[in-house]
Design a protein around this ligand. Structure first.
Ligand SMILES: Nc1nc2c(c(=O)[nH]1)N(C=O)[C@@H](CNc1ccc(C(=O)N[C@@H](CCC(=O)O)C(=O)O)cc1)CN2
Ligand SMILES: Nc1ncnc2c1ncn2[C@@H]1O[C@H](COP(=O)(O)OP(=O)(O)OP(=O)(O)O)[C@@H](O)[C@H]1O
Length: 217
């Protein structure tokens, strides 16, 4: 585990990104299979109808086995898409098996923007988020663009809104002892790695999903 004391967020990000990029193809494959086993039969995954994932980039743990399994089970699946304007916005768009993808400005594959296929983030059931780093208490470090933070900012205004369930995905080697929460950081319900669960997933599996978020814009 990395000790964060004395390191800036930028330094931590660099170190953690190097670590995940250093994993070999076979280590990545094994991590992806283990992640799949951690989640595929979990009630949070089984009960969710609208699931957003990501396509792996920069050594991120690969959730594509879960993507295909969700599609096989008839769930609706979504990927993040970066808006051309305003350029700081990220939206979630439905993705179907075999759909053609393009490269966004960071050279990450994403569906061609199509407004009719986009869904408000609070109408998703489960959001699986790519992490650069995490701590065992719900803290996370992303790529630094603030895309996830901004798309989740509604949570601070609507405390009752529990949708979607936020799960971070990472390699075990991305664990940090402690990450300071910035004022805009939205804590994760749990982080799942190839080795373990970190967080409070059990509490949320028994609580009914709040529907309050669906009625308002
Ligand atoms: N797989 C995946 N998809 C995702 C994200 C992600 O983290 N992972 N995002 C989550 O936010 C969004 C993209 N956010 C990103 C933010 C910064 C950089 C990045 O690499 N920055 C470069 C500088 C690149 C440049 O300016 O040309 C760098 O830090 O070196 C990439 C993606 C949307 N899609
Ligand atoms: N709700 C918000 N409204 C406006 N700007 C925000 C908001 N949340 C984050 N930001 C901006 O985004 C930038 C990146 O934030 P941070 O370093 O926490 O990124 P991150 O959490 O690693 O990235 P991401 O959210 O994309 O995974 C910050 O400089 C911050 O100013």
């Amino acid at each position: 585990m990395i000790e964060s004391a004395g390191l800036s967020r930028a330094q931590l990000r660099r170190l953690l990104r190097q670590r995940r990029r250093a994993l070999s193809i076979s280590q990545q494959r094994q991590a992806a299979r283990r992640l799949y086993r951690q989640l595929a039969q979990h009630p949070l995954f089984r009960r969710s109808r609208h699931i957003a994932l990501y396509l792996p980039n920069d050594g991120e743990i690969d959730p594509q086995l879960l993507l295909r399994e969700a599609q096989r089970r008839g769930k609706t699946t979504y990927l993040p898409v970066l808006n051309a304007w305003p350029a700081t916005r990220m939206v979630f768009q439905r993705i179907r098996p075999g759909e053609r993808l393009t490269l966004n400005r960071f050279r990450i594959r994403e569906p061609r923007p199509n407004h009719a296929r986009q869904r408000k983030v609070w109408a998703l059931s489960l959001l699986l988020m790519p992490l650069v780093g995490f701590d065992p208490h719900g803290g996370r470090l992303g790529m630094g663009g603030g895309f996830y933070d901004r798309s989740l900012a509604y949570r601070a205004r609507r405390k009752n809104c529990q949708k979607p369930t936020l799960l971070g995905l990472a390699h075990e080697c991305q664990k940090v002892d402690r990450l300071e929460l910035a004022s805009w950081d939205v804590p994760l319900q749990a982080t799942v790695t190839d080795r373990a669960w970190y967080g409070e997933e059990d509490r949320r599996t028994t609580a009914p999903h709040s529907l309050r978020c669906q009625s308002k814009r």
